[in-house]
Design a protein. Structure first.
Length: 135
């Protein structure tokens, strides 16, 4: 029988790094973003971006779950600082979730849903230039 590798219990549901002024937040397929994870994301974003204005490139896999409390927390944090968010997903369900978030939560920050990585990245670069112009 094949041994099924199981993800360690303590592994993170996300990866986060900053590159050329853009924050990359990559969510792991099959993971669940809980409140404590979201608080960790927020803490790390604040540490990586002192201005609170850096664009966020959010890569969202299809089978990712965000608990409602965590979703509200993300909205509040991005709204408070005004981080523009490029929501990149190649998955139909993920796209629906992104569009639903945009319509229902009506985020106070620039938020766009993309199906092409290059377009999403180009948009974050444009946002970055805007931030630099206005600062």
């Amino acid at each position: 029988a094949m041994i099924q590798w199981e993800r360690p219990v303590f592994s993170s549901p996300f990866e986060l790094w900053k590159e050329e002024g853009v924050l990359f937040l990559v969510l792991q397929p099959g993971a669940t973003m809980k409140m404590q994870d979201m608080k960790e994301v927020i803490r790390l974003i604040a540490a990586l971006d002192r201005t609170g204005k850096a664009p966020v490139f959010l890569e969202y896999p299809g089978n990712f779950a965000v608990q409602p409390g965590a979703r509200d927390l993300l909205r509040r944090v991005c709204g408070a600082h005004g981080h523009p968010v490029a929501f990149y997903t190649t998955d139909a369900v993920g796209r629906q979730q992104g569009e639903y978030f945009k319509e229902v939560q009506r985020p106070a920050f620039p938020f766009r849903v993309f199906q092409l990585r290059d377009q999403a990245y180009a948009w974050t670069r444009e946002r970055l230039q805007l931030v630099e112009l206005l600062s």
